[in-house]
Design a protein around this ligand. Structure first.
Ligand SMILES: Nc1ncnc2c1ncn2[C@@H]1O[C@H](COP(=O)(O)OP(=O)(O)O)[C@@H](O)[C@H]1O
Ligand SMILES: [Mg+2]
Length: 214
């Protein structure tokens, strides 16, 4: 899903935190958003995700305004994910169960994503008993299992050890190629953007300071 951002201004109190005239995010690739703390990365992702809707300007999804249809095709993973006090399996299966997906298919899809992210050994643990890094992996699995057209990730590897970071980056690349979805990922690690992203947008004080290929 191509994203078009036009004359976007977002203020908190009187401070302008986003100021973007025109920005296109390409369909079917991984786009990274980088920039210093407080540069507006999370705010921009929340605007795109439709959970921050108080702003001036327009965000278009494949040329269309935000709607219930777009909402169903979009998933956001927060930097600090919230998991239920249920098993990891139930946490990942939750969005599929909500959609009344048949039990066998749920089993199969959860296992598939569990394999991809190497978390099948966590399936019987409780969501609230996981480490920060494990929670991030489970939240990513819960997002992937829905097979969104637009996958939005806010620093999904921030709490992971270096070995897990590399593994998750590989899984994410593999997943994106497999499903062909559009991925927007916030990272303030330039090396990670280089490894992972087809395109990179760098924000500085709410403005696009760089937009291109690293
Ligand atoms: N709910 C809020 N109320 C007031 N100011 C906010 C709020 N959320 C973010 N900000 C401010 O907006 C700016 C951008 O924040 P954010 O998008 O979280 O930056 P980043 O994710 O790049 O670190 C910061 O100056 C931050 O303090
Ligand atoms: Mg942030």
């Amino acid at each position: 899903m191509e994203l078009g951002i036009h004359n976007l201004r977002k203020r908190y109190q009187n401070e302008v935190v986003l100021d973007i005239d025109d920005l296109t995010i390409e369909e079917g690739v991984i786009t990274g958003i980088t920039g210093p703390n407080g540069s507006g990365k999370t705010t921009l992702l929340n605007v795109i995700a439709g959970i921050e809707d108080c702003y001036e300007g327009k965000v278009l999804y494949g040329g269309k305004s935000y709607s219930d249809e777009i909402k169903l095709k979009t998933t956001l993973v927060f930097q600090k994910p919230y998991l239920f006090r249920r098993s990891v399996f139930d946490n990942i299966a939750y969005p599929l169960n909500l959609r009344k997906v048949p039990r066998d298919t749920v089993q199969e899809k959860v296992r598939e994503i569990g394999n991809l992210l190497s978390i099948n050994d966590l399936m019987n643990k409780k969501g609230h008993q996981l480490s920060g890094g494990e929670s991030q992996k489970v939240a990513l699995a819960r997002a992937m299992v829905m097979e969104p057209e637009l996958l939005l990730l806010d620093e999904p590897t921030a709490s992971l050890d270096p070995e897990s970071v590399v593994k998750i980056e590989k899984s994410l690349t593999e997943y994106q190629k497999w499903k062909g979805c559009t991925v927007v990922i916030i990272t303030h690690n330039i090396e990670q953007s280089r490894r992972l992203c087809d395109k990179v947008i760098c924000l500085e004080r709410g403005k696009v300071a760089l937009n291109g290929v690293l």
